[in-house]
Structures are given as structure tokens and as C-alpha cells.
Design a protein. Structure first.
Length: 373
């Protein structure tokens, strides 16, 4: 049965789904949460929980990346953020947290992010994370990757993340501006690369063919994003993840067994969203606002992304998310609220146990229902 609907005589649209429109269905078997494993592996790196900290200044500092690593996840540092522009950005972040007026905040952010990125600070920040003994990951946008990739690799990064609102394997540039050749770039690197965002089967398949170890799924769906309002672009995450997971399956056959990890990135505000993302086919999730709510997050109760202070067309908002609990309680509890904003992994364990699954990969096969809201 076709899932297309008619918008009007001249346009048809595909019916897609958000997390709010779906739910998981328990099977006939249940198990104790203590018997559930939330571990996952990408390339040679193993993690106890399927959580990546989004490379956003409100979410990840070197300290929080280390803390998340010690909790079993992976913190990804924004290598174009304040931590690679200033020796000590903490007073700047604290000052920014006192500005509530959105116009004044945008002006201040543009001023702060106008400072140049300093390669020596990239080396120092990644070195700080490495010295703590956790897996080291840093992120650049596609247009900064060629400029700073040698510095990043030289600093000893374990996982390289190329993250943008939309990343394609076939970017067309104006004359004189050479686009990043993802396939060649990834081939020449000695470290695994995670790249995205993508939100369709075809775009994800093209990214998988570049040799990426993982593909980020999603754009325009995060708490701080206004892409939907400014550009009209939207990719409801339940469908986007399922489509990209389908591309992963087909690429597995096409490549003769090469598995590319699918990482949900955006629209994951609660533990229920995290659980549904994995149920739709994600191997792991990249969390922004969910971790920015930590009382020890660098944003000081505020959350924003790189696109929030774009010089020509801001496509993000600086949003107040408050403070729910320390990072450790956000991840592993105990929770003192009942709204899905704390003990994310405890909720995942409980859902997997209730549905009868013991491994994250198995949980991707759980039944899903659609309910009209």
C-alpha cells in the first residue's frame, strides 16, 4: 500500500512519522533490567552506553567529554567552538548565560565566535581528553575539515566527526571553491570517520559509500534548531532513522559485509525518544539538549548550536533548558523527575527488558505501532 498522500492536484507527499506518533510493543518474554547490555562498538572502540555527546559548546567541554567517557559514552568536542578560540572560555560562557534577551545574545555570540580558531588549542583540548584515558573524538563542519584535519589527526584523535545540518557526498560549489571530497578524504585518513547529517535512504547510501564508519541521521529537528521555520526543511526522525537503517542493510549486501553504524542526531529530548530511535534502527544516539540540561553542562542552563550565530542567516535559537540534574544522574540516575529527562540509560534498560531484549542490536527488531495523535 502506498504511503503517499495528495497535497493538491499538482503535488503528492510521502507520509512520514515522528517519535511522538510511534510506540514500541513488548513481546511475550520479559527479563530483569540487570540482564540487559547497552554496549555498542564502532570500529575498534567499545562503549558501555550508546550515547554520544553532541559537539556543541552548550553540551561538551573537555571536562564534560571526559565525564561522559567515564560514564561509558563518547563526548565529541566542537573544534570550531569557544574552547578552540580562547584560552579560558569559562568566564565567557558564564557571561553569555546571564543574557536573556535573544537579540543581545545573538550579537554577543557573533562577537565571541568571530575570534579565530587556534590550531594549538585544538591540540591542547584533544590532548587533555586523551590524558584522561577516554576515547577522543572531535568534530568539524565540512567547510572547515580540510583546513584543520591535519591538526586534529596530529593531536591523536580516535574518531573524527564531520557534522553539518546537511552533509552530502556530492556537493556542488561555486567556481574557485573546491568542495570536500569525502571519499578521498576518508580514504586517506588513518582514523574512522562519522559523517552527517543525512535523512533519506539515498543520501545515507552515498555517505556509506565514502567509507564512513558511521552516519549521523537528522537535520532541523533539534531543540535549538529553527531550520524548519527558516528553510522549510524537516525530516521527522522515526522515518529518517528507519530509512537510513534500510540503506545500511542494503549497503551491507552491496559491500560484501561492511557494517556502517547509524547514529540518530536530533529531536532526542527524552529517554523515550532515545528508546524509539534505537527501535527504529539506530545503533547509538547523539544527544544535545538532553545533556545540556545537566547542571554541570558548560551552557549554564542554555543550549545552542553553530547555526544559531550564523553571520547571514541564523537557523537556530539559543534556548533555555534549565538544569535537571548532574550529568551522571542524567545518564545513569537516580532520576528525581518522571518526565524522561534523567536516568536515560536506566529507562533504556527497562524498556529493553520489558520488551524482552538483551542487546541493543536485538532491540532494533522490536515491534512498533503507529497511533494517531
Amino acid at each position: 500500500m502506498s504511503n503517499e498522500i495528495e497535497i493538491g492536484r499538482g503535488k503528492r507527499a510521502r507520509r512520514v512519522y515522528t517519535f511522538d506518533e510511534i510506540g514500541i510493543v513488548p513481546t511475550r518474554r520479559t527479563r530483569d533490567p540487570e540482564l540487559v547490555s547497552t554496549g555498542w562498538t564502532i570500529d575498534a572502540f567499545q562503549f558501555e552506553i550508546p550515547v554520544l555527546g553532541a559537539p556543541m559548546d552548550s553540551v561538551m567541554s573537555p571536562a564534560t567529554a571526559i565525564a561522559l567517557g567515564r560514564l561509558g559514552g563518547l563526548g565529541v568536542l566542537n573544534l570550531e567552538g569557544l574552547w578552540t578560540r580562547y584560552e579560558n572560555p569559562e568566564p565567557l560562557l558564564a557571561d553569555l548565560a546571564t543574557i536573556s534577551d535573544p537579540v543581545a545574545a545573538l550579537a554577543r555570540m557573533r562577537e565571541l565566535y568571530a575570534a579565530p580558531i587556534r590550531p594549538e588549542l585544538i591540540t591542547a583540548r584533544l590532548g587533555e581528553i586523551r590524558e584522561a584515558g577516554v576515547t577522543v573524538a572531535g568534530a568539524l563542519s565540512p567547510h572547515r575539515t580540510a583546513e584543520f584535519s591535519e591538526t586534529v589527526i596530529g593531536a591523536g584523535v580516535d574518531l573524527f566527526v564531520i557534522r553539518g545540518n546537511t552533509v552530502s557526498a556530492e556537493h556542488v560549489s561555486v567556481p574557485g571553491r573546491e568542495p570536500l571530497n569525502l571519499k578521498q578524504f576518508i580514504y586517506e585518513l588513518d582514523v574512522p570517520v562519522i559523517v552527517g547529517g543525512a535523512a533519506t535512504y539515498q543520501s545515507a547510501l552515498h555517505l556509506m559509500r565514502t567509507g564512513a564508519a558511521g552516519v549521523l541521521v537528522g537535520f532541523g529537528g533539534g531543540a535549538s534548531s529553527t531550520t524548519r521555520a527558516t528553510l522549510g526543511i524537516r525530516a521527522p526522525m522515526a522515518t529518517a532513522i528507519a530509512d537510513v537503517a534500510g540503506a545500511r542493510t542494503d549497503y551491507l549486501d552491496e559491500s560484501g559485509g561492511r557494517y556502517v553504524h547509524v547514529i540518530a542526531d536530533g529531536g532526542l529530548g527524552t529517554s523515550g525518544d532515545l528508546i524509539k530511535a534505537i527501535a527504529c534502527g539506530a545503533d547509538a544516539v547523539m544527544l544535545g539538549a538532553a545533556l545540556a540540561r545537566a547542571t554541570d553542562a558548560p551552557g549554564g542552563g542554555w543550549h545552542w548550536g553553530q547555526e544559531a550565530h550564523h553571520e547571514d542567516l541564523p537557523r537556530g535559537a539559543r534556548v533555555q533548558v534549565g538544569g535537571v540534574a548532574p550529568l551522571e544522574q542524567i545518564i545513569s540516575g537516580p532520576a528525581h523527575v518522571a518526565d524522561g529527562t534523567a536516568n536515560l540509560i536506566g529507562a533504556l534498560r527497562r524498556a529493553m527488558a520489558t520488551a524482552g531484549y538483551s542487546e541493543v542490536k536485538e532491540f532494533q527488531r522490536v515491534g512498533i505501532v503507529h497511533a494517531e495523535r
